[in-house]
Ligand binder design. Structure first.
Ligand SMILES: *Cc1c(COP(=O)(O)O)cnc(C)c1O
Length: 458
């Protein structure tokens, strides 16, 4: 093992060097992948030197999500202390289901969850768990809502159609989860959004009333804190009033931007959160930990336990339910995802997490200001968002993004809102600096000037 740690350290040095020298790995076309790299698995093993050199070439060709040229997704960058916590979790290799097997790691997870409950304003009956991702956090919320509405479903299944509500701009996992949970995709009502992509609560109310009149059982509303494309925040206060009126479970999907609860400056964006029933955050997005680190908390600890616990004599043999976290999780064996956010949090404090969040908004401001002050650009996103959406010189966004990727210049993606397609740059890497933002635009401009004159203008 000592030898493998030495290899690991050598490989990290290669990775760090690559990240600065070749921040966008030259992509290998899929049809050439198995010719370019030796990915084959064979009868005979190989010696360490060969393995190390093989791994080095794989590292060189793997996309660099921690580089300062990566703006493609809702995660990015690397914060040392969070990575340290995750590496340690790999070495300790506990499974989080029981206190017997995970010991103090259970205490660590409980402390993180307790703090998240507190920051959500959820009171003393709150609890939570770590889910395999934001999609699965949303799934857990939907299942709790379903069981809270009709407990008999756990045993009997659904007998009368139930309906749920989410905005047109929400994450696709809601519809997928509706099929998993026996609700059915056709029972997902898409609420209209306003010009900024926020859920229209008046339309929500209309849809619920219509379903009630038609004999459906409305049970769940999903609001979003940071929509996937534009990064906008639904009005939780307004939506929660409608949920209370009709007795529906309100979940706030904060996978992308729920991290704002750490920021005194930006937590107003989730005003009313304390009126929701559950809330999820992907710490691997705005809080900058490695993937995956997905937290879901709920005001109703009893419901969490009720929907997800199962007796299992072969597993739960010591300690109480409060310290046997398998009683509230989706999985059985479960990775220790808490240690990475705990290690980061312990080292920088809540104040440090606030800085991480604020910095992303500041970088988005830099990007938006650049766009607004340059007439070759058109801006499509809004203030208080770390998704900066724009077009440059009317060049079709998908062609620009694809060309930048194929020529290994930048990793950035495109999105649509209404009938407009645009480049979506995400300033979620909390270690990027103002220069990196300016260099991003500079790269686009130079590239277009040199290479893209032939691309048709829409
Ligand atoms: C990323 C995201 C999700 C999905 O999270 P995964 O961890 O990728 O499953 C859900 N909702 C929103 C708003 C997201 O941005």
């Amino acid at each position: 093992m000592q030898n493998d740690i030495a290899i690991f350290s050598e490989l990290c040095d290669v990775l760090f060097k690559e990240e600065s020298l070749q921040p966008v790995a030259q992509p290998i076309p899929t049809h050439e992948l198995y010719n370019k790299l030796d990915l084959s698995l064979n009868e005979e093993g190989i010696i360490d030197d060969e393995l190390t050199s093989n791994l080095k070439s794989i590292i060189k060709n793997t996309p660099k999500t921690a580089s300062t040229s990566f703006f493609n997704q809702l995660f990015g960058g690397r914060i040392g202390k969070a990575a340290l916590g995750d590496l340690l979790a790999v070495m300790l290799n506990n499974s989080m289901y029981t206190y017997k097997v995970a010991g103090p790691q259970v205490g660590i997870e409980k402390e993180v969850l307790h703090k998240f409950c507190e920051l959500s304003g959820y009171g003393k009956d709150a609890d939570g768990t770590f889910a395999p991702g934001g999609s699965m956090s949303n799934f857990m919320a939907m299942i709790m809502a379903r069981d809270a509405k009709k407990d008999v479903i756990r045993a009997e299944g659904i007998t009368k159609p139930m309906t749920l509500y989410t905005s047109k701009s929400s994450h696709y996992s809601i519809a997928k989860n509706a099929s998993f949970g026996g609700i059915g995709k056709n029972q997902v009502r898409l609420v209209r959004t306003n010009g900024q992509g926020k859920m229209q609560s008046s339309h929500l109310d209309e849809l619920i009333k219509e379903d009630l009149n038609n004999g459906f059982i409305p049970f769940f509303v999903n609001a979003t804190a940071g929509t996937t494309v534009l990064g906008v925040f639904d009005d939780i206060n307004a939506i929660s009033k409608i949920c209370r009126k009709h007795n529906l479970w309100l979940h706030v999907d904060g996978a992308y931007c729920g991290g704002v609860i750490f920021s005194n400056k930006y937590k107003h964006l989730v005003n009313g959160l304390e009126h929701s029933d559950s809330f999820s955050v992907n710490a691997h997005k705005m809080l900058g930990t490695p993937l995956s680190c997905s937290i879901i908390v709920t005001k109703h600890k009893a419901q969490l336990h009720h929907s997800f616990s199962n007796e299992a004599d072969y597993l739960y043999q010591t300690d109480g339910d409060d310290f046997n976290l398998g009683k509230t999780s989706l999985q059985c064996g479960r990775r220790n995802d808490a240690l990475k956010i705990w290690t980061l949090w312990k080292s920088v404090g809540s104040k440090g997490l606030e800085k991480i969040v604020n910095h992303q908004f500041e970088m988005a401001d830099v990007a938006r200001n650049y766009i607004l002050n340059n007439k070759d650009y058109a801006l499509y996103s809004f203030e208080d968002s770390i998704s900066v959406c724009f077009n440059y010189k009317d060049i079709p966004a998908r062609e620009l993004c694809t060309a930048l990727y194929k020529d290994a210049k930048l990793m950035v993606g495109y999105g649509t809102f209404g009938n407009q397609e645009f480049v979506r740059m995400v300033t979620i890497n909390s270690v990027i600096k103002k220069e990196d933002i300016l260099s991003f635009f500079n790269t686009i401009e130079t590239y277009v000037a040199e290479k893209m004159l032939k691309i048709p203008v829409s």
